[in-house]
Design a protein around this ligand. Structure first.
Ligand code: ARG
Length: 312
């Protein structure tokens, strides 16, 4: 399996960054899902399970039409697999992350080197550092909404709402802060997914009343897919959309039908080993090719959902 993509030319295929789980483990606890003792008790089995589950996820994404670039795993950085937290990327511009907890800070130079290499290959153009005082955990907390041409910014547990003006200056698009209210849903992508058709699936219970009001003000009723607790807890919001395919760990029948009615194929690929670290499919990927030119993106996805095959 060749997982090292080379992509010098812009491509219509969604382009993802992933990191194989060679050194993945739960060795510390920085969210309520992480239990290092439980991992240690079954470490060998769980590590093998993680390797298998990641390979299946990778295969599902490639089969759906994604191109995947790889960050080399690094010993001692078990959460490096969660590439969603590496950076915010839009229009070939990159804002590198700064992590809240010291346990993840050593990932920063690894991701910086990975983006320097992507820039050298022409995959991205400019790579920016955050101002000193700000914490921002990449696309895990900063989700691009192609339909509304804005970023949703999760804050309250990891990223700073104060990053809003900086992001608006860097990317020239509105950024709306959504304060999170529940420690189990500590990153925005644990509780919200903006789909290319304009629907937003989210778990209202993860957000403050003010954040729910912001979502309701921006997203029309028919575009809101509110998850119930069961789907929220099985990480259904932590989904990756590649053309017309939504890849997620698992979801209930009602949610699957709602997504199918909107024209998506739903692919379930179990990611239980990663859930022990606090999340699932979306966190294990970072989209590198998002463009703020929504019209192009949305038209492209709609063409895909209509079943028209485009040239690669
Ligand atoms: N153990 C990691 C942490 O707590 C999980 C990160 C999941 N990533 C995400 N984008 N939700 O930071």
């Amino acid at each position: 399996m060749n997982i090292h993509a080379t992509l010098a030319e812009p491509s219509a295929r969604p382009h993802l960054l992933m990191c194989p789980p060679r050194h993945f483990a739960v060795t510390y606890s920085i969210n309520p899902w992480m239990d290092p003792q439980a991992w240690a008790d079954r470490g060998g089995n769980l590590h093998a399970e993680a390797q298998r589950q990641w390979a299946h996820l990778h295969q599902a994404l490639v089969s759906a039409g994604a191109v995947v670039d790889i960050v080399e795993p690094a010993a001692g950085l078990p959460d490096l697999v969660f590439t969603a937290n590496a950076a915010v990327v839009l229009d070939r511009k990159v804002v590198l992350s700064r992590f809240r907890y010291p346990q993840r800070r050593d990932e920063e130079p690894v991701f910086a080197a990975a983006f320097a290499a992507l820039a050298a290959r022409g995959v991205v153009d400019d790579v920016f550092q955050l101002p000193e005082e700000l914490i921002l955990e990449g696309a895990g907390d900063c989700i691009w909404d192609a339909k509304r041409r804005l970023f949703w910014l999760g804050c309250g547990f990891r990223s700073d709402a104060a990053a809003t003006p900086f992001l608006e200056r860097q990317f020239g698009r509105p950024t709306l802060a959504l304060p999170l209210a529940e420690a189990c849903f500590y990153h925005l992508d644990t509780a919200l997914c903006a789909l290319p058709c304009g629907s937003v699936m989210y778990y209202p219970g993860a957000f403050t009343a003010a954040a729910n009001a912001t979502i309701e003000a921006q997203v029309a009723g028919e575009d809101r897919i509110a998850l119930d607790l069961a789907d929220a807890e099985r990480f259904a919001a932590n989904a990756v959309c590649v053309h017309n395919t939504i890849v997620l760990s698992s979801c209930g029948d009602r949610l699957r039908s709602m997504l199918q009615e909107r024209g998506y194929a739903v692919v379930e690929t179990p990611l239980a080993a990663f859930m022990r670290s606090g999340r699932s499919a979306c966190c294990l990927t970072l989209r590198l090719d998002r463009r703020s030119d929504a019209a192009a993106d949305v038209a492209r996805e709609q063409t895909d959902r209509a079943g028209v095959v485009r040239a690669p």
